[in-house]
Design a protein around this ligand. Sequence first.
Ligand code: 5GP
Length: 107
Amino acid sequence: MASIFSKIIKGDIPCYKIAETEDYFAFLDINPLAKGHTLVIPKREEDYIFDLGDEELAGLMSFSKKIAKAIEQVVPCERIGVTVIGLEVPHAHVHLIPINTVRDMDF
Ligand code: 5GP
């Protein structure tokens, strides 16, 4: 059965798409931890990021780097956090999460 993310790639489930290439796809997380929280995935369905071959993993990270640079242009943040969780959706993905530390907050 196709994963939720494969359905998103096909357009069967709507998403806010950020960018795509022949092999990779980036879109906003539906339940963001911060404004601009983005998921980056390979179009080829594989359960978990470390199930990917080295070449595909490198391609995913290279595409993620480009997306992170683009997010930085539009979302003010100190850093783009990069994380892998993979507990909910069995389709390899990287989370890119704009981070601002407590130093920036108004009290
Ligand atoms: P993980 O598998 O890394 O634990 O979490 C999966 C992530 O995918 C979560 O942050 C969740 O909000 C996001 N997610 C789950 N279903 C959808 C969906 O249908 N659309 C979008 N845009 N994000 C989703």
